[in-house]
Ligand binder design. Sequence first.
Ligand code: ADP
Ligand code: ZN
Length: 433
Amino acid sequence: MDYWDPFIERMPKSELIKLQEKKLRQLVAYVKDHSKIYRRKFKETKLDTDDIKTLDDLHKLPFTIKKDFRDNYPIGMLCVPDDQVIRYHASSGTTGKRTIVGYTRNDIHEWSTSLARGLTSLGVGRRDIIQNSYGYGLFTGGLGFHYGAEMVGATTLPTGAGMTERQLELMQDLGTTAFACTPSYFLHIAEVARNLGIDFSRDTKLKVGLFGAEPWSEDMRKRIEESTGINAYDVFGTSELNGPLFMECKYKNGIHIWADQYIVEIINPETSEPVSEGKKGELVVTTISKEAMPLIRYKIGDITYIDSEVCECGRTHPRLMRILGRADDMLIIRGINVFPGQIESVLMKNPELSENYQLVIDREHELDEMTIIVEITEKFSKVTKPRLLKIKQDIINDLRNVLNLSVEVKLEKPGSLPRSLGKAKRVIDNRKI
Ligand code: ADP
Ligand code: ZN
């Protein structure tokens, strides 16, 4: 088993905690000195910074939220003078005004290190060619991944998103072994490959997929792996924490967070109280290595749970189990909580259905109505009408069992829904107008 930094990655838990506590104390002193915003937050919550000594004191610290970035747009959250900032990125703006993030040289180094550890845990290194189809530019995916890939000595192929046929051509011509992009864009690539008669196992050297930036289900992973023969791994991050940062190891048993760089907590999204280990809740992260824009108890908004047991790979750092989506992705349909991922899982169990689907929610006569539009796969597109009706009824029944909700299902011809190059738009909620 390969490690990028065996000393840190296998550090006994008790020592990791001591290291976190030391870095937490330094962080609190640092933001008190360097950030007007945190000085104000500490004052408002009457925090005596000397009271922050161990991880048990973490809950005394105030939260940071996306609104703090927006209220202090563009760079009020900076803790260093301008001349130490070597790069800016911006979030995708999925949930509102984009946030701007600044980086010092050291921040870029730590960020790349985080990815270098992840890539090494998958055996991706000098002999690999990583085709990076995350968008380059303001989005953190492109350049972020690029620097991580270069750090491990892999050859990077910076294609960025789009021009799918060219992606496939280069993949074959140069012998790409690892592909990084959103899972929905990879599905599109796989579809185009199928149409061109390209068989991943036969015609390419691709073996690893590094898929992130949006939620995807375990059943989607199975689909991707079975149809392309590659190993698909989950990658997680968010701009405010740097960008793509963390990934699963070969065991595919949760996303390794680096505890020497980040402290993670899970809280109840309604009460903001910590929940016990293994319980689902909202992810909160404190950055203990960042210089330009360090964050204290940042409420990311994603729903997940943590497993702190030592992983089979020997790494002692905690793992985030699959990200179910953002707290605000959770749909409330006629009073029932639904995560789009639950629906995706049901759909993916039906071989007749493709991976392209959309959820449309309307309110008719004061009642929420959800319609699931999903494409039939090419292979099943010619089936008879009674068979189609049967498929549709089976899905409706399965969804009723899983969600306790009756929904409308519309089966569409292959190719009728829009494809995405980056984050897919799966939910169209017409109630919010
Ligand atoms: P924005 O918040 O504007 O979309 P980012 O590009 O920084 O900006 O996206 C970060 C968000 O993307 C995360 O908070 C999370 O909701 C989502 N995300 C990233 N990676 C994953 C993943 N592997 N699984 C699920 N969601 C993810
Ligand atoms: Zn592991």
